[in-house]
Design a protein around this ligand. Structure first.
Ligand code: ADP
Length: 464
């Protein structure tokens, strides 16, 4: 089948989070399942510093390269929109012209498909930035012969980000006002782009089975639970996979020393190197907790911030890599100032350091309040770094007592309690080795999930 894959960030071209990992890996996994995939994304500034793969000009306003065997990636150029240091916003918040930026991307993507004669059987869109594509297909392009047999699949990677804009911007979309209703794009008198994607797509998916159920409830649906439960026959949860060609401690070029389960003692060399790098005392017997995350309440930083003082009284070390809410930057900076020998903080996005933290830590903290799928826990499992997670969404589907630590009440006290439990377990060598072996053996590769997507593309449902 011909799949037009539309995402606003894709590894290795641009990344702010898990969407980019998925959009970089799933097309390659689909190619292995004999699907023909064309990917389209904006041409961000980050492309300029990329040496591989080689990106070339395709025509005015369009760049192109190939990944995998023959997956063509097209980049929509518009320097005024995309030639910026960051993808969606800066310190002041979201870019004020985000509606212009991403409606442009959506329009151009459909025009490009026609120009290159790629008649998709499926257009697979991801998150609000590409959600106008299914909207345009079912409105502006409804009678267009070219897309006559095209079906749309829309994947929610995080329903907390919906693309909300003042209704005064609606004319920019070029859509009739009849689509600005409670049943279409309107949401409490604003434009809700994600909602448009959910209403106009043929199939909706999200990135774990548990999250697909959660988003149909008031607690997790961010106001869209009604639409989602109405469309539950067309809503499917498919767990994200992990690209083990990138995330593999046996071949990871960012590490001090590569390792596997068979040479697990070499993981200790990565721990010592990480401790040195972070200015923490090099101690084998003190558990090192790692965090690689957006610094947002969603990721559990509210209870973590409250727990910090108590945690700093325990025999542990902690290294945190992340950016996000200024509030958490400040709280964590204050903790580091007080306990510089126990906690180390990097307020930036740094892929190389992320790899070092996944490898060098003993325990990976992921107390997310909600988590559509989560990749951090999958990466840490492969690196023998035991995940400690709140039982929600994709974390509930992947972290168990068999391979990690799970807490079930979202509170500071429950978090402290499970961290204490993990420390006791860490101190029991035999128990820890067994836990780590089970973690490293868990398999979250893309194959099975890619086959589920193909099933959906072909049959509109998943057969098992
Ligand atoms: P998100 O909700 O942010 O998408 P995921 O767990 O699905 O969360 O994916 C996050 C991805 O981004 C992982 O690959 C993680 O390693 C990476 N990541 C998050 N923050 C940083 C950072 N500050 N530096 C480097 N990588 C990061």
């Amino acid at each position: 089948m011909k799949i037009l894959f539309c995402a606003s960030e894709v590894v290795p071209f641009a990344k702010t989070g898990g969407l980019a990992d998925v959009a970089g890996a799933l097309p390659l996994a689909l190619e292995k399942e004999a699907q023909e995939v064309v990917l389209v994304m904006p041409a961000y500034k980050s492309l300029k510093s990329l040496t591989q793969p080689k990106i070339q000009k395709y025509k005015e306003g369009i760049l192109r390269c190939t990944i995998g065997k023959a997956v063509k990636v097209y980049f929509i150029e518009n320097d005024a929109y995309y030639n910026r240091d960051t993808l969606y916003g800066d310190k002041k918040g979201d870019y004020p012209d985000n509606l212009d930026r991403f409606s442009y991307y959506c329009r151009k993507t459909l025009e490009l498909a026609k120009e290159i004669g790629f008649k998709p059987d499926i257009v697979h869109c991801h998150d609000w930035q590409s959600a106008l594509i299914p909207v345009f297909l079912k409105t502006v392009y409804l009678k267009d012969e070219f897309f006559k047999n095209t079906k749309t699949v829309f994947t929610i990677h995080n329903i907390g980000y919906q693309g909300l804009f003042p209704k005064e911007e609606y004319p920019k979309l070029g859509l009739d006002w009849k689509y600005f209703t409670m049943d279409t794009l309107e949401f409490y008198d604003k434009i809700n782009i994600l909602k448009g994607g959910l209403v106009f797509s043929d199939i909706i998916t999200t990135v774990s089975p548990t999250y697909s159920r959660e988003i149909q409830t008031k607690e997790f649906g961010f106001g869209l639970e009604g639409i989602l439960s109405k469309r539950r026959q067309s809503l499917f949860g498919i767990l994200n996979g992990l690209d083990y060609s990138i995330w593999n401690p046996e071949t990871d070029t960012f590490l001090e020393k590569d390792y596997s389960l068979g040479s697990i003692e070499d993981k200790g060399k990565n721990k010592a190197a990480l401790q040195r790098l972070c200015g923490l005392p090099v101690k084998k017997d003190v558990p090192l907790f790692g965090i690689v995350s957006r610094l947002a309440q969603q990721k559990g930083f509210d209870i973590l911030a409250d727990a910090m003082e108590a945690l700093m009284q325990l025999e542990l070390q902690c290294v945190i890599l992340g950016t996000g809410d200024l509030k958490y930057h400040e709280i964590l900076e204050a903790v580091v100032k007080k306990y510089p020998k126990k906690i180390s903080l990097y307020l930036k996005f740094d892929d190389c350091l992320a790899h070092k933290i996944y490898a060098g830590s003993d325990i990976f903290l992921m107390p997310s309040k909600y988590e559509p799928c989560g990749l951090g826990q999958l990466i840490s499992l492969r690196y023998g770094t035991i995940p400690l997670a709140f039982k929600t969404g994709g974390l509930a589907d992947t972290v168990t007592k068999e391979n990690g630590f799970v807490f079930e009440k979202y509170s500071k006290d429950a978090l402290i309690k499970i961290i204490k439990k993990s420390i006791v377990s860490f101190q029991n060598n035999a128990q820890w080795n067994r836990l780590r072996a089970r973690a490293m053996k868990s398999d979250f590769s893309w194959g099975e999930s890619a086959r589920r997507y193909v099933d959906l593309y072909k049959n509109g449902t998943i057969s098992d």
